[in-house]
Design a protein around this ligand. Structure first.
Ligand SMILES: *Cc1c(COP(=O)(O)O)cnc(C)c1O
Length: 345
């Protein structure tokens, strides 16, 4: 079904599906698993690599010679795009919010090392960034180049195909382990990752429910984008799914806190628990908040202790080196459940 789409191999697949035994003991859940998409392998890994297999496959099939994409200065998507372009011998231009920092750290440091050309737009809003992206692409075209423009997070229907594939891969792995997966928990921002997993669940009869944990937008928006992108991906596949996206997913925005990129006590506590109990590094922007959702849904019985759950670790590893003070504050939250809405700033 996915075989007729152009694809370049970039990820180390399948990524491991591992038990979270010590964390499960502490939170009282016997069937917690983690799907290690932080180990996809492209210059510290992450979820964007699966999307890029299809996005760059299409760009190469169309004869593009430069990839243009956008993000926040610590964008994991931009860093994975830069690494993929290096591997494929494509030029890479990144349009980032804000001003050039005095010190290059985390993902931004890797962007430079990987040879991407970095443009700072000054402004912090998405509209200005989008305009700068379009202008850059127009200048490249005028100069006779063939740019492929990849939007924020690589979240198009083509990009989401990477997570349709991931959803099918996850169920094959669970089957092989004799685990009847009932729930998948994943963080969402531009929603392509969740959309692919939702589309995969629509295709399968008794697939797990997909719990989508927003890290920035209101739940209604995330639900709308995820369902729309999942629908587009299913159309691309020419599939007639057994179920509609809305039937297989639940969306939460209770773990966002003050907004994108602002750490929360619940998120930092999740970072500390994963680190101390499992030796797994989460980040405060995406996976920490998604894991805060996982732990709260377990505590509230939405994810009952006997129903197998897979948490998708979407990466973010390189970004933690850009925020040492925030990361070290995580241990303050060990051993206590912070009150909802308490801000740790
Ligand atoms: C981009 C990203 C996400 C969110 O994925 P979307 O497809 O944009 O919703 C989650 N975690 C990490 C680490 C990311 O970089």
């Amino acid at each position: 079904m996915l075989a007729r789409f152009p694809r370049v191999r970039l990820a180390e697949l399948p990524t491991p599906l591992q038990p979270l035994r010590r964390l499960g003991d502490v939170v009282g859940h016997r069937q917690l698993w983690v799907k290690r998409d932080d180990l996809t392998g492209l210059a510290t890994g992450g979820n964007k690599t699966r999307k890029l297999e299809f996005l760059l496959g299409e760009a190469l099939a169309q004869g593009c010679d430069v990839i243009v994409t956008e993000g926040a200065p610590q964008s994991n998507h931009c860093r994975q795009t830069a690494a993929a372009c290096a591997r494929l011998g494509l030029e890479c231009a990144l349009v980032l919010n804000g001003d050039e920092p005095g010190v290059y750290q985390g993902n931004l440091l890797l962007d430079r090392l990987l040879g991407a050309r970095v443009h700072f737009v000054g402004a912090v809003d998405g509209t200005a960034r989008r305009r700068a992206l379009e202008e850059l692409a127009a200048r490249l075209r005028a100069a006779g180049r063939r740019p492929a423009v990849i939007p924020t997070g690589g979240s198009t229907a083509v990009g989401a195909l990477g997570y349709v594939d991931a959803g099918l891969e996850l169920l094959r792995q669970a089957d092989a382990l004799g685990v009847e997966l009932r729930h998948v928990v994943v963080g969402a921002s531009s929603c392509g990752t969740a959309a692919g997993l939702v589309a995969a669940a629509c295709l399968l009869g008794a697939a797990p429910r997909v719990h989508v944990v927003s890290v920035d937008q209101p739940a209604a928006e995330v639900a709308r984008w995820t369902a729309a992108l999942a629908g587009e991906a299913l159309d691309l596949l020419g599939a007639r799914p057994a179920r509609a996206p809305e039937e297989v997913m639940a969306v939460y925005d209770a773990y966002v806190g003050p907004g994108y990129g602002v750490p929360t006590p619940e998120g930092l506590r999740a970072v500390a628990l994963f680190a101390r109990l499992e030796g797994i590094v989460l980040d405060p922007v995406y996976t920490g908040k998604a894991a805060a959702g996982l732990l709260d849904l377990v505590a509230r019985g939405v994810l009952p202790p006997d129903e197998p759950v897979a948490f998708i670790h979407t990466g973010g590893t390189a970004s933690v080196f850009a925020w040492p003070e925030v990361m070290l504050r995580a241990e303050e939250y060990l051993g206590r459940a912070p009150a909802r809405g308490e801000v740790g700033a």
